[in-house]
Design a protein around this ligand. Structure first.
Ligand code: PLP
Length: 393
């Protein structure tokens, strides 16, 4: 491993995947671990989507696909952007990829030159900073706290901008905080960006449908933002299709072209069967997935109620996604069952060892005072997990 490239040596391992691996290891030792570390819906894929995939196999959708995705799928994506977001993206502006993760990586590689700064309101999704670094960009974290519902203010954005700023990346609904930016809040950020026409925005909207406040707003729809925004989305979360690996972007044409060029040398077009299935998913009325959203909403309320009873957990009210991100810094400096808690990582490990509940440290998301708890788990598991946590803190 001495000969590993610096690129890989300097990269962090995905903390969410690392925690899941640790939980698996303890399970194999016979421990009864409740896993609340992964961002993965615990539902089955709706049957009509499975049927479309089976049909695609029978109809021999088995050859290489166009690098930027089937035209028919891009039409569905274009229709989805119009229907759900009021955005007009032509087929030349859409690129289908192997998960939104690849979409994000493509965009970083296509837009960033070495040393370009990327503003990341923290907490941010765990992979943003390593993806930016792989493209030789420089992540610039803007810390936010529970006092602003973990959202970046226009003043904070303004203060973070330097002559080297090239992009800003954010997710709304946010993984890990569940925060949702309102239209007014996005307009406030756009107002600042107006003064800096060379800064591009990545708007990661993969949780758009898992929104309990109603009214998802795309920043690309705010005046002046369309030509400088890459709207990233995918089917992993809304349709419980994490393993099928389909994500996509709507973007200015030059960015879409660059992503296609890159993908053409790295992966080629995304999986044929999965693409055919996603056409069915995106063309269906949203009422078909409402049951999942209703269920997440119920669990969100349950988890907030139960965690709210634990002293030392400071909570915002997440309006979307399926995570809570409690500030647990009041435990720092304390000793619990002989273990000294000095950081969110110590706390997450303590919960794993003593409550047998897997969560993720906020450090990985750029916030060292919090832990992330996923409520993509059954009500029974959530009740048991929180009871166990309560018992050991
Ligand atoms: N963006 C955010 C905010 C996510 O939480 C995730 C998955 O956890 C992704 C992107 C990646 O999604 P995909 O499964 O489409 O690669």
């Amino acid at each position: 491993s001495n000969h590993l490239s610096d690129r890989i040596k300097n990269m962090s391992t995905s903390a969410t995947l690392a925690m899941a691996a640790k939980a698996r290891e303890l399970r194999s030792e016979g421990k009864d671990i409740i896993g609340l570390s992964l961002g993965e819906p615990d539902f089955n894929i709706p049957d009509f989507i499975k049927e479309a995939a089976k049909q695609a196999i029978d109809e021999n959708y088995s050859s290489y696909t166009p690098v930027d995705g089937y035209a028919e799928l891009k039409k569905s994506i274009s229709g989805k952007f119009k229907r759900d977001n009021g955005l007009d993206y032509g087929l030349n502006q859409i690129v289908v990829s192997t998960g939104a993760k690849q979409s994000l990586f493509n965009v970083a590689m296509v837009v960033l030159n070495p040393g370009d700064e990327v503003i990341l309101p923290a907490p941010y999704w765990v992979s943003y900073s390593d993806i930016v670094k792989l493209a030789e960009g420089v992540p610039v974290e803007v810390p936010t706290g529970i006092d602003t519902d973990f959202k970046m203010t226009p003043q904070q954005l303004e203060a973070a901008i330097t002559p080297n700023t090239r992009m800003m990346w954010f997710s709304s609904p946010c993984n890990p905080s569940g925060s949702v930016y309102s239209k007014e809040e996005l307009e406030g950020l756009a107002e600042v960006l107006k003064k800096h026409p060379d800064i591009y925005v990545v708007s990661d909207e993969i949780y758009e449908h898992i929104n309990f406040a109603g009214g998802h707003v795309s920043i690309a729809g705010i005046e002046g933002m369309y030509d400088r925004t890459v709207t990233v989305n995918g089917v992993s979360k809304a349709f419980a299709m994490t393993g099928w690996r389909i994500g996509y972007i709507g973007a200015p044409e030059w960015i879409a072209k660059g992503c296609t060029k890159l993908q053409g040398q790295v992966t080629s077009g995304a999986n044929s069967i999965a693409q055919r299935a996603v056409i069915a998913a995106l063309d269906a009325p949203l009422s078909k997935i409402q049951f999942m959203i209703d269920e997440f909403h119920k669990r969100r309320d349950l988890v907030l109620d139960l965690l709210g009873e634990i002293e030392g957990f400071k909570l915002n009210v997440p309006e979307g996604a399926f995570y809570v991100f409690p500030d647990i810094s009041s435990f720092f400096g304390k000793t619990l069952k002989g273990a000294t808690i000095n950081s969110a990582e110590d706390f997450a490990l303590y919960l794993l060892e003593h409550a047998n509940v897997a969560t993720v440290t906020g450090e990985a998301f750029g916030n060292p005072n919090c832990i992330r708890i996923s409520y993509a788990a059954s009500e029974k598991e959530l009740r048991e997990a929180i009871a166990r946590i309560k018992a050991v803190v």
